[in-house]
Design a binder for this molecule. Sequence first.
Ligand SMILES: [Zn+2]
Length: 251
Amino acid sequence: MSWLLGLGLAGLIALVAWRTRLLTAGGALTATLVGASVFGVGGVGASIPLLAFFLSGSLLPRALGRPHKTEQRTAVQVLANGLAPMLCCWGVALYPEQESVFWLGYAASLATAAADTWATEFGVRFSDTAWMVTTGRRAPAGESGAISTQGTLGGMMGALIIAALCTPLTGYGVQTWMITGLGVWGMLLDSLLGATLQARFHCAACGATGEKRVCCGAPAQLTRGVSWINNSTVNLISTLATMGTLLIAWR
Ligand SMILES: [Zn+2]
């Protein structure tokens, strides 16, 4: 019954997000699956932190005055942040006796996703200088692998808000701070992977460097990282890694 209700509610929100161009059609279908799983297993209590993450990712750029950034999220991008929390919900459904550890994993992976999103938004909006997490060299804020003071503070705030919203699932106590800490750790891991494994391309025609594999109608040259590892892959690895760390550490 709650799964059906979850499917209806998540589908409705995803439909609105698709109509307002926050999600592609595939992104909306995937978000429906994630949302239905979360509501179906955890009800309103589990859905609030998920909604807070989703809305903050969509509204922060507008709230911080970057309304031009209206990238539609694809199915892959939704899964990059949503797979680990969804797996934890399935864990609760399949192993109810392990419920508490799976809710902690849910909170920690969501906190990582939020920290990464908030760090990017706050870094790009408030910071002029950022440094590559690997070499310490200056880099533009918002670039993969670059960290800034403002971005890191924003990320900590994002992780803390998710940890606080998850207290109905996890209880309040040392675990609240552990979830916040794991969220920040996941964010740093995301930066580290972004600076090393994430692919970076250079276009010989226009001189642009970035994450576009094809530029000016031709394949761009790989200058760093692994060609198939992009921002979504890095997000997926860091949310799964945070979840895994918690599930192993808390046992
Ligand atoms: Zn080009």
